[in-house]
Design a protein around this ligand. Structure first.
Ligand SMILES: Nc1ncnc2c1ncn2[C@@H]1O[C@H](COP(=O)(O)OP(=O)(O)OP(=O)(O)O)[C@@H](O)[C@H]1O
Ligand SMILES: [Mg+2]
Length: 584
């Protein structure tokens, strides 16, 4: 209940609707409570005295009240929907904003699938629950107390029946709820299970097909689906016991009321109409109690959703923004220094991913990073734009610890083409100018030309306006990589990082890109992560990384002399002293 209540603060901007809904519900309840009283009038004063006028008049009044109560119900529904949907929209927006503020470390912990569920079905469930609570949570207690009061007013003695029946029913219902609740929780878990299977499969449907696993995956889905059906059946079977229990209690109550009431009617202590009205109120109270129990179950199953939403909402970004603002040059020279840096993704594991990394990159230098897969190359370069914070030591840009530079500023000066090129379903133009949305067309084409992307873009029918993604053009791996490079180049950053960004580009094109970078009019420090020796030949400094440690650094010729690992890599890529992969 607590998690759900905490989310109620999102109703504040919609307080008008939030207030209107219960007010109208109150009107509806009052009108509904009048109905049995009017039936009583018809019986006791109309029928008993054969007063047709009276019968017709009261019946007409009843109709009017019914219509009015219906209107109030509609209005309440409308306002409850407006308030709940408003809350849902705001909640989704808040969650989305939250995800944007999280750092890479947070995002590693929250799976994308789970994130999507939180922003869609979890929010929906909270929204639906708020709507039901706004209606049910007001209606039910009011109707219950109202019926009790009205019935007692009619006959205090018969009112005693309520005192016996309602607690008995409450005990019976809560016993059923206690058994049903775990079942519904299992249903929820089953639903989550199905979601996982679905998400994995829909995202990876190509792999499933490529490896002819369709049948196996269908079976996996069928199992999850059948489990869910079974659990749902169990839960519904258990909760369907409430109806007979309620009917039995109600009937016992009616019999008791008739038994006692009939005696009173005979002795003249009570009118027939009053007895009928009393039984009506009894029915209303019992049905309300049953609906209340159903609502309780639904609210408790929505708890899990509310908790998941809150968990995301309350998660704190792992990187803290610097507290004291320091002056940072508007155009840093691009000197990057790693001073005894060690890094680990989680503090739990002992073995460091990067160990005691120290090196300096002078402004304008090109630093290449070479090493086996998993040696920590990507990890190392991601510390420069501060995707993660170092565990020990420090990384500085222009002599300032990157932790003290505001994130936005830092990322404006550090351009990175990630190892996995990710494009958005937008035009090629907007994909390139992601970091600077109002970049001029001239700047855009220069960046594309330097990334050797301009030519192929112009060969696409719509050119720069062509849409990328599901409803647009599909690009090859190498084309995507070149767009990612253009995206980084557009920022004209002081530090440019290309993380294995030319792995899918042919060697000829790669050397064209390198030549274009050399011709750059502005000074730029470059980090190039690569697998091919040909990519790093001209670097001012090559770092050879092995298992998170720099085992050697120097120029190509220095390393050929001094580093066995480097020589081995070199020899594996040469034939009779000539590079196998070479531009010329
Ligand atoms: N987000 C992450 N969370 C936890 N561990 C990670 C994460 N990313 C990478 N690692 C681990 O850190 C180590 C270094 O990974 P890294 O991606 O830096 O290697 P790499 O040298 O770039 O490899 P490749 O050449 O394959 O790109 C690996 O053992 C990897 O399992
Ligand atoms: Mg990598």
């Amino acid at each position: 209940m607590q998690a759900l209540l905490k989310l109620f603060k999102f109703l504040r901007p919609h307080w008008r609707f939030t207030v209107m809904a219960p007010v109208l519900m109150l009107c509806e309840v009052v009108l509904d409570l009048m109905q049995p009283r009017m039936i009583q009038r018809i019986i006791d004063y109309g029928v008993a005295r054969s007063d047709t006028q009276m019968v017709l008049g009261t019946a007409f009044l009843m109709l009017c009240f019914m219509a009015l109560s219906g209107l109030c119900g509609l209005g309440c529904g409308y306002f409850a929907v407006r308030a709940a949907y408003g809350l849902g929209g705001d909640l989704r927006a808040a969650l989305f904003r939250k995800v944007q503020t999280l750092s890479f470390g947070n995002l590693d912990n929250l799976e994308t699938g789970a994130l999507i569920t939180r922003l869609t079905s979890d929010v929906n469930k909270v929204q639906e629950m708020v709507m039901m609570m706004m209606r049910g949570m007001v209606r039910m207690p009011l109707l219950m107390v109202g019926s009790l009061v009205m019935a007692t007013v009619i006959s205090p003695r018969l009112g005693l029946i309520f005192i016996v029946i309602l607690p008995a029913l409450t005990i019976a219902l809560s016993m059923i709820i206690r058994k049903t609740f775990p079942l519904y929780r299992q249903v929820q878990e089953g639903l989550d299970g199905i979601n996982t299977v679905l998400q994995e499969n829909l995202a990876g449907v190509r792999v499933v097909k490529a490896f002819a696993r369709s049948e196996h995956e269908s079976l996996r889905f069928a199992t999850a689906n059948n489990t869910l059906i079974q659990r749902m059946t169990d839960a519904v079977r258990m909760s369907s016991r409430t109806t007979p229990v309620m009917m039995l209690t109600l009937n016992i109550g009616v019999v008791a009321a008739l038994w006692i009431g009939a005696g009173q009617v005979q002795t003249g202590g009570m009118r027939v109409g009053e007895l009928v009205a009393f039984i009506n109120y009894l029915g209303q109270a019992v049905i309300t109690l049953m609906m209340f129990s159903t609502l309780t179950i639904q609210i408790s199953t929505a708890q899990a959703s509310a908790r998941r939403v809150l968990e995301l909402l309350d998660s704190e970004p792992m990187l803290m923004t610097p507290t004291q603002k320091q002056q940072f040059p508007s155009r840093p020279s691009g000197k990057v220094v790693f001073d005894n840096v060690s890094f680990n993704y989680s503090s739990a594991s002992q073995d460091m991913v990067l160990k005691n990394i120290s090196f300096e990159a002078e402004p304008g230098q090109t630093v290449a990073i070479l090493g086996a897969t998993g040696s920590g190359k990507s990890t190392l370069v991601q510390l420069i734009p501060r995707f993660y914070d170092v565990s020990e030591g420090c990384v500085t840009l222009d002599g300032m610890d990157v932790r003290e530079i505001p994130e936005e500023e830092l990322r404006r000066h550090v351009g990175i083409a990630l190892q996995e090129s990710i494009l958005f379903s937008a035009s090629i133009k907007n994909n390139i100018r992601l970091g600077e949305p109002d970049a001029s067309m001239e700047k855009l084409t220069t960046a594309a030309r330097n990334a050797q992307a301009d030519e192929f873009i112009r060969n696409i029918p719509d050119g720069y306006e062509a849409l990328v993604g599901q409803r647009g053009v599909n690009l090859s791996g190498g084309q995507k990589q070149r767009l990612a490079i253009a995206r980084a180049l557009l920022l004209q950053p002081s530090v440019l990082i290309l993380d294995d960004s030319t792995s899918a580009v042919d060697v000829q094109t790669e050397s064209l890109i390198q030549e274009a970078l050399e011709r750059n009019s502005y000074r730029q420090t470059r980090f190039i992560v690569a697998q091919r020796i040909s990519s790093v030949l001209n670097a001012d400094k090559i770092l050879v990384l092995d298992n998170g440690e720099i085992i050697a650094q120097g120029t190509h010729y220095e390393l050929l002399e001094a580093c066995d690992v480097y020589r081995e890599i070199y020899e594996s890529q040469t034939e009779n002293g000539v590079l196998i992969y070479s531009g010329n």
